[in-house]
Design a protein around this ligand. Structure first.
Ligand code: MLT
Length: 428
């Protein structure tokens, strides 16, 4: 007999179904609660509320488990390419050789963006944050491909939109960077892999013979894989709820980019380096700042530590930590900011105050370090997160459409003024 939950309201007992997922997670299905009882539930931030059923990503915050379509993140980060993982997340299975070849070829041949978009870049202030540029540019793609606006479009059009997004986001990101520098654009090179092409567009110039360091390329591939999806995080939930109104995929992804920009979400990796630079410039020493972080009367908090879902450790952080150590050693990077990072990491891993509160270095702490070591500019860190997260956002949007999920429309508990009559201004 399937499990049920019983609640008693005003002396009356109600029974609600319990559902169980493939990994033993359980939920009380309250979809009929209001109709049965007149009551709704309240859960600000949805920390106890599931918004959907999903077969894409499984994570266990207590055990530090993260799997994409059942494959452990540790294996994918070590053995797969980012495009393989993107395919896995969006289509449900690892691609065979023919599928990977077709997917890679299609992505490679959609990397160019319409030359008319150059005018948009020129219209932004030279110091415009690339996340603001990217969110605008991605939304504007829906105007260059108006067929994407049709909610009843045939699947082949959705697949073309998916390939265009995966292909063009790195191009737009690199062009935003070059535009801010006032440097000439480096166009996509179809002879290069996805990650090599991005590095070349970012750092290649007609005047330099930029060579792609395989260590940097491998680290970038790993970083993009580790950021590819994370179940119903803030930006993925944003993509789902925007898409649930039948808004087109470009607009839904643009909304996801906007949500990711926040320092409490994807902006945390940029905030980590800015915090480390503040500590270095202050010069009073790391301990001063550690004490400030512990002082409840001080507003300073350490960025890049702990996680709202992982209680003991973030499995992605363990992988990135090793990659960061390898890259720093291999590239012989000598950076005082990164020296402070290593000191702070040591404190956080040993100091009882941080250990007791689960304030261990998280994925944003180490990704900020490794992006800096790879030569990625600080304002581009969250852009890197967006490039990695794009296939996850698309997979979540696609699953929402395929499952026929309804438009997202949460309820509320009203706490404002009760009914009252209008008073003319002269009598107020
Ligand atoms: C993410 O990967 O999206 C972040 O860890 C935030 C989250 O999952 O809530």
């Amino acid at each position: 007999m399937s499990e049920t939950a019983r609640i008693i309201l005003n002396g009356q007992e109600y029974e609600l179904p319990v559902i169980e997922g493939s990994e033993g997670e359980k939920a009380i299905d309250i979809s009929k609660l209001r109709g049965m009882t007149g009551y709704i539930t309240l859960d600000s931030g949805f920390k106890n509320t599931g918004s959907t059923k999903s077969a894409i990503t499984f994570l266990d915050g207590e055990k530090g488990i993260l799997r994409y379509r059942g494959y452990p993140i540790e294996q994918l980060a070590e053995k797969a390419s980012f495009l393989e993982v993107a395919y896995l997340l969006m289509y449900g299975e690892l691609p065979n050789a023919d599928q990977l070849s077709y997917f890679t070829d299609s992505i490679t041949h959609h990397t160019l963006v319409h030359e008319d978009m150059r005018r948009f870049f020129e219209a932004f202030p030279t110091d415009a944050h690339p996340m603001g540029i990217l969110s605008s540019m991605i939304s504007s793609l829906s105007t260059f491909y108006p067929e994407s606006q049709n909610p009843n479009r045939p699947f082949k059009d959705i697949e073309l939109t998916i390939h265009r997004l995966i292909a063009k986001l790195p191009t737009l990101a690199a062009q935003a960077y070059k535009n801010n520098l006032g440097h000439p654009l480096t166009y996509p090179d179809n002879k290069l892999s996805y990650t090599e092409n991005f590095l070349n567009m970012m750092f290649g110039l007609p005047s330099n013979d930029y060579t792609i360091d395989p260590i940097v390329n491998d680290a970038l591939n790993k970083l993009l894989i580790l950021h590819a999806d994370h179940e119903q995080n803030c930006s993925a939930s944003t993509v789902r709820i925007v898409g649930s109104s039948q808004a087109n995929l470009y607009s839904s992804i643009s909304a996801g980019i906007a949500a990711l920009w926040g320092p409490l979400h994807g902006g945390a990796n940029q905030a980590v380096i800015e915090m480390l630079e503040t500590i270095r410039e202050d010069g009073s020493g790391l301990q001063t700042w550690v004490d400030k972080a512990k002082d409840k009367t001080d507003s300073f908090r350490l960025m890049g530590f702990g996680h709202r879902v992982y209680k003991n450790f973030d499995p992605r952080a363990k992988i990135i930590k090793k990659a960061a150590d390898d890259v720093l050693a291999a590239l012989g990077v000598n950076d005082p900011v990164l020296d402070i990072a290593k000191e702070l990491e040591e404190v956080a891993l040993k100091d009882e105050y941080f250990v007791a509160r689960g304030l261990y270095p998280n994925v944003d702490f180490y990704s900020g370090i490794i992006y800096r070591a790879l030569g990625i500019p600080t304002e581009m860190f969250t852009v890197m997160f967006a490039i990695g997260r794009l296939p996850g956002w698309i997979a979540q949007w696609k699953e929402m459409i395929e499952n026929g999920d309804p438009i997202g429309r949460p309820r509320q508990i009203y706490t404002g003024a009760n009914a009252r009559d209008y008073v003319p201004v002269e009598n107020r």
